[in-house]
Design a binder for this molecule. Structure first.
Ligand SMILES: NC(=O)c1ccc[n+]([C@@H]2O[C@H](COP(=O)([O-])OP(=O)(O)OC[C@H]3O[C@@H](n4cnc5c(N)ncnc54)[C@H](O)[C@@H]3O)[C@@H](O)[C@H]2O)c1
Length: 435
């Protein structure tokens, strides 16, 4: 099948590469000329495990190409997938500007019957607007499909290749047939395609992210209460996670959720509800709790080192919003860094993947280290912000030796409290006893 993917970001690139991997001819389009040139030269603009080899192989075998020439790409396609960004607008709603722009160009340049797939996360009712934007220009029949994406950055290829389910919001039998056919190679283990109306497909994406964000904020608040009451959130998590009605996933406490999806999708859902006079008190609380949680590590640091923090130097392990990605969008590290700098603290940070993106965002406001141990030199404390694998089992003697004093504030509960006590580390984590 000939597929064009418009928007070659974290989602579009993964989707394009994975559809090429199953034998389709895929053309990925982006307006960012630099990004397209890099991709044409085999240089990946993002870090995503397994994606580089997938892109390289499919490019070499002629199934995957990159272009800025949207009209040519659309004219060839039987399926056009819109995967451009839908950032938070000024009032908290999802900004549809890029999606609608692309939709009318798709309409103008399509040269045959086409399935127009909305993969960008868009509020309920947006696909109808997109359909109107395409129809305003189209000279050929087309079929709208809402196909929200559930991949996780850091595991994106695996998630796309082996989805738990595929959601298809369709009206026409042509769209249903084409899309179920397209996804069939990914669903050989029997995971379902769930067919529904378009509005329900759009809502499913927001409800999924809202639910996951709720679990995170809920566990963060329980952990904060554990801190105060002397309970240990590790036991509590295992205790509740073993209940099959609850399950183990998304129960780890941390420095707040970030990334390109949860913060913006929670805000957009709240906005959608407000516009329709429907109270969404749970999610409003989730959002508020998350903003508060992003300051938790600062408070922990203050109580570990005493006030004021001015003049201190802090080693920071992890900048990306989570392990496995270089994505810095809404990363809790950014809030922490801003607050620490305001208090006159100097920072040396390490991240295995996100340094390049961080340099663009932070310039020379902080120092960057080549290795995680180098970040510790001359620091009064180590703060672990992202749970990268390489931070899970460091040489603690070396950490102790290099820091000016053995203080660790662990925002991901990576280390064993008892072990830290034995090592003589002053250790503060989230919802667990301090050492
Ligand atoms: N990142 C995720 O983990 C994830 C997961 C599921 C769903 N989503 C949703 O998918 C959508 C895309 O997210 P992303 O993280 O890939 O965004 P991104 O910002 O990484 O990529 C968007 C790309 O679209 C390009 N673009 C913008 N306007 C364009 C235009 N007119 N023509 C061509 N290209 C254009 C940009 O240059 C950029 O490369 C969003 O709606 C997001 O909410 C994201």
């Amino acid at each position: 099948m000939n597929i064009s993917v418009v928007g070659t970001g974290y989602v579009g690139l993964v989707v394009g590469a994975c559809f090429a991997e199953t034998g389709n001819t895929v053309c990925c389009v982006d307006i960012d000329q630099k990004k397209v040139e890099r991709l044409q030269q085999g240089d990946m603009p993002i870090y995503e495990p397994g994606l580089d080899s997938l892109v390289e192989r499919n490019q070499k075998e002629g199934r995957l190409s990159f272009t800025t020439d949207l009209p040519a790409a659309i004219a060839l396609a039987e399926v056009v997938i819109i995967a451009v960004g839908t950032p938070t607008g000024e009032d908290g709603s999802a900004d549809l500007q890029h999606v609608l722009e692309v939709a009318s160009l798709v309409g103008r340049h399509m040269a045959r019957e086409t399935v127009v797939v909305v993969k960008s996360t868009v509020p309920v009712g947006s696909s109808a607007k997109i359909e109107r934007a395409v129809a305003g220009q189209a000279k050929f029949p087309f079929h709208i499909c809402s196909n929200p994406e559930f991949l996780k950055e850091g595991d994106a290829v695996e998630d796309f290749m082996r989805p738990d389910r595929v959601i298809l919001g369709v009206r026409s039998s042509h769209a249903r047939r084409v899309m179920t056919d397209l996804y069939a190679p990914f669903l050989r283990t029997g995971k379902p395609v769930i067919l529904m109306d378009i509005a329900s497909a759009e809502m499913t994406k927001y409800a999924a992210n809202g639910m996951l964000a709720t679990r995170i904020s809920f566990m963060n608040e329980i952990a904060n209460l554990c801190d105060r009451l002397g309970a240990n959130v590790d036991f509590v998590r295992k205790g509740i996670g073993s209940d099959s009605r609850i399950g183990q996933s998304f129960l780890f406490s941390g420095p707040g959720y970030g990334g390109s999806c949860f913060p913006k999708d929670v805000k957009a859902l709240i906005k959608m509800a407000a516009e329709n006079d429907v109270p969404l008190d749970v999610l409003t609380g989730v959002d508020k709790a998350n903003e508060r949680q992003k300051c938790l590590l600062l408070h922990k640091l203050r109580s570990a080192l005493g006030q004021p923090l001015e003049g201190r130097r802090i080693a920071l392990w992890g900048l990306a919003f989570k392990a496995g990605t270089d994505d810095m969008r809404e990363a809790p590290s950014l809030t922490l860094i801003d607050r620490l700098l305001e208090e006159g603290v100097s920072i040396c940070a390490h991240d295995p993947a996100a340094i390049d993106h961080a340099r663009v965002l932070l310039g020379n406001r902080i120092d960057f280290a080549e290795t995680n141990y180098e970040a510790l030199v001359g620091a009064d404390a180590l703060v672990v912000v992202t749970d990268w694998n390489e931070y899970r089992h460091p040489d603690f003697e070396r950490v102790k030796r290099t820091l000016r004093q053995p203080v660790i504030v662990d925002g991901r509960n990576l280390y064993d409290v008892e072990k830290m006590r034995e090592l003589g580390v002053r250790y503060h984590s989230i919802g667990r006893p301090s050492a």
